[in-house]
Design a protein around this ligand. Structure first.
Ligand code: AMP
Length: 364
């Protein structure tokens, strides 16, 4: 039996990671820095994380025999994506240690439970109503008005599984567009910007938040993150404190991100969603903070002390999406640009191929 994470693992331990994309790859690299070996479990044989992991398993998340072998070969399991099937999480949690835990997954996999949980903590969220039928949708639109946004409760990401209800929209068509899945209707938030708090909670309950960062999306995909975010000191405190409350209430261990909408010129924030994992909006920390989000996550899930989340300057992270990664030679030649490529063999439109960070030291 492995040492419980609460007592702290030791270098040499084996970290299991579910999912084999770029987040798993960067987690495995960070783990290696700390003397931790990574065993990546993913269904795709060409997973980018396999290239840098000590061990890997190609397997389906429903394959209990493969999961059992994986669980027995690692000291703790973490994951790079929030849609880990509940049965997989329960199976692994029963056989080994899973961090973040099954509760974090259950709450964040479902927009209704997530919004209910966050508002239950007294934090500001968009007004919302559950929608399980066309009649529910009509009632919800009557209550929340137009524009509003209809979102599937589960499996939505990067703007998928959602449709805007505009003044002229036909409600039956909108419900059809999301496939009649269980959904929620959210009141439209007239936000000026989007920000996120990427933070960590350690096995001992310690909390360390990176500075609030500002996110610019193009075609529903994160394009740029800039730090610090343009927020008033009061809104900055509210944002950091909101993530702290969320982490504590979930009994969370690991790094998580809380995406928020900014109202006005940075006077207040509204929580949109929680990602129970390292997050694209935290990539700036690799060079822009004393401890990267990947090292921080490995520290947390191994029961190590958290590192400093202090920022090293003004930071910009640019995602390299599709063809943008073909600029790699030019980016390598740019002084101060830190290039990260994910080793994905096929360039496809909309595919995250890499990112680049730029840090400009601030004068004291
Ligand atoms: P989500 O999948 O919840 O992250 O939403 C994707 C994007 O849709 C967000 O980044 C926002 O740009 C927009 N969006 C989501 N919910 C709302 C809302 N309640 N009001 C206005 N815009 C929203």
């Amino acid at each position: 039996m492995s040492t419980p994470v609460s007592q702290g693992l030791a270098p040499g331990a084996m970290l299991g990671i579910l999912g084999g994309g770029q987040l798993a790859r960067m987690l495995a690299l960070a783990a290696a820095d700390l003397g931790i070996r990574a065993h990546v479990f993913a269904p795709e044989a060409d997973s980018p994380a396999f290239d840098v992991a000590a061990r890997h398993t190609v397997g389906e998340y429903e394959d209990e025999a493969a999961l059992a072998r994986f669980a027995d070969a690692v000291d703790v399991v973490t994951y790079e994506f929030e849609n880990v099937p509940a049965a997989t999480a329960a199976f692994l949690a029963a056989r080994t240690q899973l961090h973040p835990g099954a509760r974090a997954l259950a709450v964040t996999q479902d927009r209704l439970s997530e919004k209910t949980f966050v508002s239950g903590l007294g934090l500001a969220v968009a007004p919302f109503r559950p929608v399980d039928s066309l009649v529910d949708l009509e009632t919800a639109v009557a209550a929340l008005g137009r524009p509003s946004i209809l979102k599937t409760r589960r499996f939505g990401y990067d703007g998928k599984g959602q449709v805007k209800i505009a003044p002229g929209s036909d409600l039956a068509e909108a419900y059809e567009a999301i496939g009649h899945f269980p959904a929620i209707l959210e009141g439209f938030v007239p936000f000026s910007r989007e920000v996120s708090v990427v933070a960590a909670r350690g096995a001992d309950g310690a909390y360390a938040a990176f500075d609030v960062c500002e996110n610019e999306h193009r075609d529903h995909i994160l394009a740029f993150t800039r730090v610090p975010a343009r927020l008033t000191p009061g809104a900055t405190r509210t944002a950091i404190e909101a993530a702290h409350r969320i982490g504590d209430a979930l009994g969370y261990i690991g790094v998580f991100a809380v995406e928020m909408f900014v109202i006005g010129d940075g006077e207040s924030v509204i929580v949109n969603e929680i990602a129970p994992r390292v997050h694209n909006s935290g990539h700036w920390t690799s060079e822009g903070a004393e401890t990267s989000q990947f090292h921080q996550h490995v520290r947390a899930v191994c029961g190590f002390p958290l590192g400093s989340a202090a920022r090293r300057g003004r930071v910009e992270m640019e995602n390299l999406i599709g063809d943008a990664a073909l600029r790699w030679r030019q980016l390598l030649a740019e002084p101060g640009a830190h290039l990260h490529l994910y080793g994905k063999r096929d360039v496809r439109a909309g595919r995250k191929m890499g990112h680049v960070t730029r840090v400009v030291p601030e004068k004291n």
